[in-house]
Structures are given as structure tokens and as C-alpha cells.
Ligand binder design. Structure first.
Ligand SMILES: Nc1ncnc2c1ncn2[C@@H]1O[C@H](COP(=O)(O)OP(=O)(O)O)[C@@H](O)[C@H]1O
Ligand SMILES: [Mg+2]
Length: 245
């Protein structure tokens, strides 16, 4: 059974449709990237899966269970890091695990070190740069125990080098502890490098206009981005996006 099944999801705001009969599925342990122009409804889709919004029509099921409007079923990293200002960075990073009753301080400290946040454990969010906040929110979602992780443009605030480090690290972590990942990005190269499968969304009202299976063997090295096959993916996806502008 697929981990996540979304059927015919429709969502409007003030009469304007943002998602229209959008359907998709994610298998257990699958890494799926959602690629679409900005304003197409990607974050709205995540708000719906995360239970922050309710759909007008359609179904969202996780391992067979209806999760429409239900918070806490998935681990969710929103597009804006939304750290709690009154908690230290370490306590922010531990929030999801703590709510689930699985707080592991040592794992959190190790992850912060990996993400270049060592020494900031007892700092407060206002003391961090935008990119550091994003990395903290990213770790928080990884430390939450749910079997499906939603990542909404998790690396958009990072410079090219840090972004590439974080991508490799994410793949390592996912390799060691396989879960389903739904990853929103507007970066074609990032989608091809990370995902098993890429869903391309149309402009709003969004629905899935193309799907690409990406079968590069894992573990993946950054050098695959220079191969002919990788460039072909980039061209093909770019064409689909262009055509629907
Ligand atoms: N709470 C809301 N109220 C009204 N309009 C919204 C709301 N959330 C999103 N929208 C609209 O939905 C569209 C898609 O937004 P969003 O899902 O954030 O796109 P993306 O993440 O793909 O950039 C935008 O036109 C945005 O203005
Ligand atoms: Mg968005």
C-alpha cells in the first residue's frame, strides 16, 4: 500500500482555485520531489497534507487512514522556518521529537554539529541567520519520528556550497533511516539529484502535468550532475515547465 494517497484534491481561496483535482501517491520509503513554478500551490498542498488547511473536496490518506485536517500525522518543515522565539535552538530542534515523546538530546546535538550549528545549542532563534534557522527547522523535521517527511524548499536560503552539503547529508540520513519524503523545490537540478521520482505541477490551479522516474543508482555522488543523462533530465523537465507557462 502506498504510504500517502491523495485523490482529487481541490482547494480555493476566496473563490480562486489553487489546487484542482490534484492526485498523487507516494510509496513507502520513496523520495518524491514536487517541482512547480512559484505561486502554483506547492505550499498549499503541504498545508493540506500537514492538516493546517482542509480541502474543499478530495481525500488525503496516510497508510490507509484519512488524515484530512489532522495535524501531527506527518513531519512537516514549512517554507518559513517558524522556530519558537522563546525556546533555545536545541529545544526548537527537539520540538517534534518531544511532542512524540521521543526526545534524544544526543542525536540532536550531533545533528546540529553536522549542520554547522555547533555552539548555538543555547542560543535563541533571533541570534541565527536565515540559513541557520532553515537548517535548524530541517533538523527538527528529521528528528520527528513520523514515517512521512514533508520538506518545503528546505534549502532555498542556503548558499550553493551549503546547499550541496545539506543535500548529500539528507541523502545519507535517508539511506540510514528510510522514510517517505515529499520534497518541494523550484530547482530542477536539486529535484533530479535527490529524487526517485519527480512530479511537475502546472501553474495554479495546480495539478500534476508530468512525472519523471529518476533511476540514478544510490548512493549518488555530486559528479552525476555532469553526466549526459542528468542534463537530459534537466532539459526535458525545463521543456515541460516552459510549455505550461
Ligand atoms: N491562506 C491563503 N489565502 C488566500 N490565498 C492564498 C492562501 N495561501 C495561498 N494562497 C494563494 O495560493 C496560491 C499558491 O500559493 P502557494 O501554495 O504558497 O504557492 P507556492 O508554494 O507554489 O509558491 C497563491 O496565489 C497564493 O496567493
Ligand atoms: Mg511555497
Amino acid at each position: 500500500m502506498a504510504e500517502l494517497v491523495i485523490e482529487q484534491l481541490t482547494k480555493s481561496f476566496d473563490g480562486a482555485e489553487v489546487l484542482k483535482e490534484l492526485s498523487l501517491q507516494i510509496q513507502e520509503e520513496e523520495f518524491v520531489a514536487v517541482l512547480g513554478p512559484s505561486g502554483s500551490g506547492k505550499s498549499t498542498l503541504f498545508h493540506l497534507i500537514g492538516g493546517l488547511y482542509e480541502p474543499d473536496t478530495g481525500a488525503i490518506r496516510l497508510s490507509g487512514e484519512n488524515i484530512n485536517g489532522q495535524k501531527g500525522s506527518v513531519s512537516y518543515m514549512p517554507q518559513s522556518p517558524s522556530l519558537l522565539p522563546w525556546r533555545t535552538v536545541l529545544d526548537n530542534v527537539l520540538l517534534g521529537a518531544e511532542i512524540a515523546g521521543r526526545k534524544d538530546q544526543q542525536a540532536a546535538v550531533q545533528m546540529m554539529e553536522k549542520a554547522g550549528l555547533s555552539g548555538y545549542e543555547q542560543s535563541y532563534p533571533y541570534q541565527l541567520s536565515g540559513g541557520m534557522k532553515q537548517r535548524a527547522a530541517f533538523i527538527r523535521s528529521l528528528l520527528s519520528p513520523q514515517p512521512l517527511i514533508l520538506l518545503d524548499e528546505p534549502f532555498s536560503a542556503l548558499d550553493e556550497f551549503t546547499r550541496s552539503e545539506m543535500q548529500k547529508w539528507l541523502l545519507d540520513i535517508w539511506h540510514q533511516n528510510k522514510r517517505s519524503i515529499l520534497f518541494v523545490t523550484h530547482n530542477i537540478e536539486e529535484a533530479v539529484f535527490l529524487a526517485d521520482r519527480i512530479l511537475v505541477l502546472s501553474e495554479k490551479p495546480a495539478n500534476v502535468i508530468a512525472e519523471f522516474q529518476v533511476d540514478f543508482p544510490r548512493p549518488r555522488e555530486a559528479s552525476i550532475t555532469l553526466t549526459e543523462e542528468f542534463l537530459r533530465f534537466k532539459r526535458d523537465i525545463y521543456k515541460v515547465l516552459k510549455k505550461h507557462e
